[in-house]
Design a protein around this ligand. Structure first.
Ligand code: AMP
Ligand code: MN
Ligand code: MN
Ligand code: MN
Length: 277
């Protein structure tokens, strides 16, 4: 099964519309796709309709921003009812903090001589409620400050660098609760990307599972093969379901295209075995 259960559209910080994401996934041989925009479900109806037209299996999803031990952690929800009022109110609350954060990011960049970043990021954002660091990064590339988005994140927008603004996202248990209220399965996204101590990583998974979280992205576009092996062991040890996900944002920005991740180790239980498809 070519499942790709985490990617983005212009409804958050992806570069393709929901329909274009679905068409690209289908052309790449994806058989089961989840669209998981950051803190937002506004692209799911369009993506679902496009998938139906192509006969492509589609899973409604979302990627929720969470603050944990001083780090931002992402929790993906799969198979959600994206009309659920508890989930919708929660996501609206998470998105609500983004605008003030963007204003402060613009101010911080202005202090190091980069003008017009807020306006630039807003222009690049397809969804005014979802101005993200990706849009700031693209503005810095477009204005010639940095050669590419990856280099931007090495020099700006991360803790300790200009343009970074501390932000309080959702609480872990609360975000998992919203996903479960909406009938979905909660997944720890790209765990190798978090700068957490061993002990904090243990606490993250302990609290995630205690809250009813059930799966982890083992194979991710953001993981090396070694990192995938590490979290495959974690999935075995903890009895977690395993997910496979490109985290595709766009051709020029993403190391792995839709549907082009490595397969899951065959002994793991794929999360899609528990999803209607
Ligand atoms: P935000 O939710 O506004 O904090 O933006 C987070 C997004 O920025 C992530 O979902 C990625 O798409 C992007 N991002 C974060 N760190 C990096 C990085 N090192 N390289 C490229 N993109 C990144
Ligand atoms: Mn993103
Ligand atoms: Mn993420
Ligand atoms: Mn993502």
């Amino acid at each position: 099964m070519n499942a790709d259960l985490h990617c983005h559209s212009t409804v958050s910080d992806g570069l393709l519309s929901p329909t274009e994401v679905v068409r690209r996934a289908h052309a790449n041989g994806v058989e089961l796709l989840a669209l998981t925009d950051h803190d937002e479900v506004g692209g799911l109806d369009e993506a679902c309709a496009a998938a139906q037209e192509l006969g492509l299996g589609f899973v409604p999803g979302v990627e929720i921003s969470v603050s944990f031990a001083g780090e931002t952690v992402h929790i993906v929800g799969l198979g959600i009812d994206h009309t659920d009022p508890v989930l919708l109110a929660g996501l609206a609350q998470v998105r609500g903090g983004r605008d003030a954060r963007a204003v402060r990011m613009g101010e911080e960049l202005a202090r190091v001589g980069i003008r017009g970043a807020l306006e630039g990021a807003r222009r690049l954002a397809g969804n005014p409620a979802l101005v993200s660091r990706s849009h700031f990064a693209r503005f810095l590339v477009g204005s010639g400050v940095m050669p590419d988005v990856k280099t931007v994140f090495d020099h700006y927008l991360v803790r300790g660098k200009p343009g970074f603004v501390e932000h309080e996202w959702a609480r872990l248990e609360v975000a998992v609760g919203w996903i479960r209220a909406a009938g979905g399965i909660a997944v720890v996204a790209h765990p190798a990307r978090y700068r957490l101590s061993r002990a904090d990583m243990e606490r993250l998974f302990d609290r995630f599972q205690a809250a009813g979280g059930e799966a982890v992205e083992v194979v991710s576009g953001a993981h090396t093969p070694d990192e995938a092996a590490r979290f495959a062991s974690e999935a075995r040890r903890r009895g977690l379901l395993a997910s496979r996900a490109s985290d595709f944002h766009g051709e020029k920005e993403s190391p792995v295209d839709l549907g082009r991740c490595n397969p899951l180790p065959p002994d793991l239980i794929p999360v899609w075995s528990r999803l209607p498809h």
